[in-house]
Design a protein around this ligand. Structure first.
Ligand SMILES: [Zn+2]
Length: 107
């Protein structure tokens, strides 16, 4: 499945996924396979959660982590969706073999 990659200079991160778009901060990041793969994993997570519940769970998970870790970076890196994406974003065939709701294993 192909998704449009959009360049947005004001993006607060290098990459971001908001179904059906992959957003990147710099145009050259379009060639960065790992960042693109990371965002494609998030698009798959969003699709299986029917988009909106993904963002709700993502935010709740971040806030709970923020209380737990008292650090933005730790809270962000320990969001279950980020754990799955960071674990597999350098495996470019991951999405071909990924099981449905695979992120649950990262709770
Ligand atoms: Zn991510």
């Amino acid at each position: 499945m192909r998704f449009p990659v959009v360049h947005l200079r004001f993006l607060p991160a290098s990459g971001m996924a908001i179904f059906p778009f992959v957003l990147i901060k710099y145009p050259e990041l379009k060639q960065d396979r790992q960042i693109i793969n990371h965002e494609l994993i998030h698009l798959r997570q969003q699709l299986e959660l029917l988009i909106l519940p993904f963002f709700l769970l993502y935010l709740i998970n971040y806030l709970v982590n923020l209380i737990k870790y008292r650090s933005h970076h730790q809270a962000y890196r320990n969001i279950v969706f980020e754990r799955e994406a960071y674990t597999h974003d350098s495996n470019y065939s991951y999405l071909r073999s990924r099981r449905f709701f695979a992120w649950i294993a990262y709770i």
